[in-house]
Design a protein around this ligand. Structure first.
Ligand SMILES: Nc1ncnc2c1ncn2[C@@H]1O[C@H](COP(=O)(O)OP(=O)(O)OP(=O)(O)O)[C@@H](O)[C@H]1O
Length: 705
């Protein structure tokens, strides 16, 4: 019962969103397990098309057209010509077909005789065939242009997105807009859809012109009603149709039993396998799942769009079916009452005209409905491209030309406080931190989890700027320096660093791209990080790509074909390396970076969490040996073998620096550092005692037997 009440409360919380308070803006619906919030439509609304979108997005469309025109003017005009042809072609084709049918009728019924009649028929045939041939060529050319030009446009925008993403600073990258999914093909897709929309509109108007011509001919007595019966029901159907996807809406699952059922189902995923098995909770999960499913009863979870479209009566379906038959039924009724006025050719012409007109009209409606979706993809892409960095870039190069630069970076952190953008924590990540680091000093930062150690590193490499206070680098505010220059002078190694989906050589070489071609240095860096033996073990050695990008996919039928499946698995395989091996490979990149004379500050943030004790000891030793002429900052929980080399140990707690000094100073203070140190030392003492007791036991036992 308690559980059900809790679920109810949660469900109420889900439905009780701020949107409810702005009721006038939205219409709310509950369908199946879903709650749908639909933005109310503007007063000037024609079903199937958002006219206001056209006006408000005109400048964006113009910009997009200018962009793709600049990529290739010739391709652009070729594509537009193909659209022009395909806009004219249906009406021309219809006109020629109708002419041909009239010629055939006249010839069959003997209304025209002689050479002129035969020549007219020949010309009608030739014109029809020529039109078809041109259409075939234009369609092929249009597809060809779309493939080639489309690829050029896609690569162009992909490059722009890449460049924008690479230049973006960290706070801006965490911005909601920057996280939006962008597809480089969206601009071309949207412009194609816009051109197609215009094409369908022109095509429809030209076909009406042909219809006018047909009605003006011998069919004037039956034609108008026939054509009206073809088109009017289509307009009525479009007007009456209720489709969700053309509207601005938001769908959320709110049924408490559905949510619980989904959460329990998720527990069968591989992600939770160990917990479910280890905790032996499978029976509980299944029991609770069944209970939720039973409570859900027949509440449908079909897609909200489908539920919205599904009508409560069969009337719209019947109406739609009858609409399709109306022109033919009308002709049949005429055949009953006024057979003398009709012929099969008349029927063929009217049927052909009405089918073409209906097809174009339906396509026009469909295009106009889907156009806003295409437009929103393009808008998102441009919004991402236009995002401006929130962090200021400085103007002074680093190191400044005037400055003598032996001995590393000098850092002065003054009353710095920092809160992460969008943080929900009460406490700041850093609160009034002050710290002075002289050139070439080795600093060890220690402290409990969440005390702010990594945040200091992130401020020093300008991933973020302090919320208040200032950081001086060599006596100047850090923001005055050009960010790129500053980062060029810093080597950073953290536990978050990843392997790139590139070869091992590149993974290491990117530490110092100017030396990428120097295989000797790359091997040396790998040796320093203890990764050489591991790399040699791969069949492709330094050329191995451990985590390649996905390159293939299988068809549905392919996934059930065992041979294809096996081949696919072989092709797409990612090499598995252990956490420690990964850390060694990543550390190789840092050693490569340390070959650069530009490096004036080395910051190492807990990069050895997965390394064995020997590996960790060697890593710190070798990093320390690269200290000459550099300031070094280590953030670590296991500080045993580093503290004796440290010029300053900084001890942090709850975002503040609580102690600074040498190992001896801080132990003597008997404060936070001494506490952390003793907890670690105690474990060793206890371990040592245990080992000693075991050894004594073993000796006793051996003497007993
Ligand atoms: N990206 C982030 N967004 C919001 N809060 C964050 C973010 N990163 C860290 N924090 C918060 O800032 C505080 C300081 O985090 P920080 O990573 O600097 O601690 P730390 O001392 O390095 O911890 P650990 O020893 O666990 O690595 C913590 O309370 C943490 O939850």
């Amino acid at each position: 019962m308690q559980l059900i009440n809790r679920l109810r409360r949660r469900s109420e919380a889900l439905t009780n969103t701020p949107a409810k308070q702005e009721k006038s803006l939205f219409t709310e619906k509950r369908l199946g397990v879903w709650r749908i919030l639909i933005a109310k439509e503007s007063t000037f609304y024609v079903p199937g098309f958002e006219w206001t979108l056209l006006a408000t997005n005109f400048p964006l469309c113009r910009r997009a057209f200018a962009d793709i025109y600049a990529i290739s003017a010739s391709m652009f005009w070729c594509l537009m010509l193909t659209y022009l042809w395909t806009a004219i072609e249906p009406s021309m084709s219809l006109d020629l077909s109708n002419r041909l049918l009239f010629c055939i009728e006249h010839r069959i019924l003997g209304k025209t005789t002689g050479d002129d009649a035969v020549a007219g028929l020949y010309w009608a045939i030739i014109a029809r065939v020529v039109c078809s041939v041109i259409s075939g060529v234009v369609h092929w050319a249009s597809k060809h242009i779309i493939i080639i030009y489309g690829a050029q446009i896609k690569y162009h925008f992909e490059e722009r997105i890449l460049e924008a993403n690479l230049k973006r600073d960290l706070p801006t990258s965490e911005d909601h807009d920057a996280l939006a999914r962008t597809n480089p093909g969206d601009v071309f897709d949207c412009l194609q859809r816009t051109a197609q929309l215009a094409k369908e509109l022109v095509s429809f108007l030209l076909q009406l012109r042909v219809v006018h011509g047909v009605l003006g001919s011998s069919l004037h007595h039956v034609g108008p009603i026939f054509v009206a019966l073809s088109i009017v029901p289509l307009i009525a159907r479009t007007t009456l149709k209720s489709d969700l996807w053309t509207k601005a809406y938001f769908v959320q699952a709110v049924d408490e039993y559905f949510l619980r059922k989904s959460a329990l189902y998720k527990l069968s995923n591989a992600t939770f396998k160990q917990e479910v098995m280890g905790g032996n909770i499978a029976a509980y999960v299944l029991k609770e799942y069944r209970r939720a499913r039973k409570a859900l009863r027949n509440t449908p979870d079909e897609q909200a769009e489908e539920l919205y479209r599904h009508s409560s009566t069969a009337f719209p379906g019947i109406f739609s079916e009858i609409c399709g038959d109306l022109p033919m039924l009308y002709f049949a009724i005429l055949a009953i009452f006024r057979p003398a006025e009709l012929s099969l050719i008349h029927l063929a012409i009217l049927e052909q005209t009405s089918i073409s007109l209906r097809y174009t009209f339906s396509t026009l409606m469909w295009m106009s409905e889907s156009w806003p979706g295409e437009l929103s993809g393009m808008k998102t892409l441009y919004r991402v491209l236009d995002l401006k960095n929130t962090m200021k870039d400085g103007e002074i190069p680093y190191p400044p030309q005037s400055q003598f630069h032996e001995g590393g970076m000098e850092l002065d952190i003054r009353n710095v406080s920092f809160t992460y953008p969008g943080s929900k924590a009460e406490r700041s990540a850093l609160a009034d931190v002050s710290l002075s680091i002289k050139r070439g000093q080795l600093v060890v930062i220690v402290g409990a989890n969440g005390s702010g150690k990594s945040t200091i590193i992130k401020l020093l490499n300008r991933s973020y700027d302090p919320t208040s206070g200032e950081i001086l680098v060599d006596g100047r505010p850090i923001e005055d320096y050009q960010v790129m220059d500053l980062r060029q002078a810093i080597a950073n190694l953290t536990q978050d660093h990843r392997l790139f989906p590139l070869s091992i050589t590149e993974n290491i070489g990117l530490g110092h791209p100017e030396m990428m071609a120097d295989r000797g240095k790359i091997t040396e860096a790998a040796k320093l990080a203890g990764a050489h033996a591991l790399i040699e073990n791969f069949s492709a050695g330094y050329d191995a790509i451990l985590e390649p990008v996905s390159t293939g996919y299988m068809s549905w039928a392919g996934s059930v074909n065992e041979d294809i499946h096996e081949e696919f698995k072989k092709m797409e395989k990612t090499a598995q390396v252990s956490g420690g091996e990964r850390q060694r490979l990543v550390a190789s990149r840092t050693f490569m970076r340390l070959f650069s004379d530009d490096i004036k500050l080395v910051m190492v943030d807990e990069p050895s969490s997965a390394l064995d004790p020997q590996g960790e000891f060697e890593l710190f030793e070798r990093l320390r040996q690269a200290r000459q002429g550099r300031t070094m900052i280590f953030v670590t929980h296991r500080f045993g073998h580093l503290t004796k080399y440290a010029d300053i140990i900084v001890c942090m707690k709850d975002g503040a620096v609580v102690e600074t000094g040498t190992h001896e100073d801080l132990l003597a203070k008997m404060g936070e550092y001494a506490h952390l140190y003793n907890v670690q030392a105690q474990a060793f003492v206890t371990d040592a005692k245990a080992w000693f007791s075991l050894a004594v036991c073993a000796v006793k036992l051996s003497t007993t037997f």
